[in-house]
Design a binder for this molecule. Sequence first.
Ligand SMILES: Nc1ncnc2c1ncn2[C@@H]1O[C@H](COP(=O)(O)OP(=O)(O)O)[C@@H](O)[C@H]1O
Ligand SMILES: [Mg+2]
Length: 233
Amino acid sequence: MSYIVFDNVTKEYKTGEVITRALRGVSFSIEKGEFAVIVGPSGAGKTTTLNLLGGMESATSGTIYVDGRCVSAMSKRELTAYRRYDIGFVFQFYNLIQNLTALENVEIATQLSRNPLDAAELLREVGLEDRMKNFPAQLSGGEQQRVAIARALAKSPKLLLCDEPTGALDYNTGKAVLRLLQQTCREKGMTVVVITHNQAITPMADKIIRIKNGVAERVEINRNVRPIEEIEW
Ligand SMILES: Nc1ncnc2c1ncn2[C@@H]1O[C@H](COP(=O)(O)OP(=O)(O)O)[C@@H](O)[C@H]1O
Ligand SMILES: [Mg+2]
């Protein structure tokens, strides 16, 4: 069985009388250590897919497996442990704690972990050796996103899930963050899933999942992966 399996997953949101069918039967699989990109237009169901994968929401129907465990059958309590120990999240707007330094932001995540990595070492790896004592407001957007990536990695998660991680960054800074995510995947053997609405970055992925109207329209395996430096848009 693949490391991640989505089998005919649906998700409906009820707002009063209105039902929104965010996912209408999404199926795909991702292997351990793959760099997967989920692409599609706004409102297609990308974030919903990632939130289900990360145990932040529950599916309406269908099954989700991660590393041999059925996430879609987990109790609330099991989901809490799954989110806490198994999943690293990176968001568009970094979500750092403003009155903690870069180092403290990463250290706080190590406290949630059973086998945490060294916070200072992680910040060195993401190129922030000289910025550890800085507060988020004293860092650029790209630097803040690097802190957020280090924080997500601090608990050595099984999966790194990133929702539009370059959405708030300029072209070159966005490229540098994507390079860091690809490097992390390769060097740590980490399974990384990145959501983007930018079609152009798909050549850097091992797997491309195209979501449209709540369905995974196409799932491609890329046999000719290119480094982000070679991709222009
Ligand atoms: N909590 C929610 N309540 C109601 N509708 C939602 C909720 N979250 C997402 N949706 C709807 O589900 C659809 C898919 O949303 P989303 O997964 O966020 O798309 P994407 O990330 O691809 O832009 C959209 O129509 C959105 O409005
Ligand atoms: Mg989204």
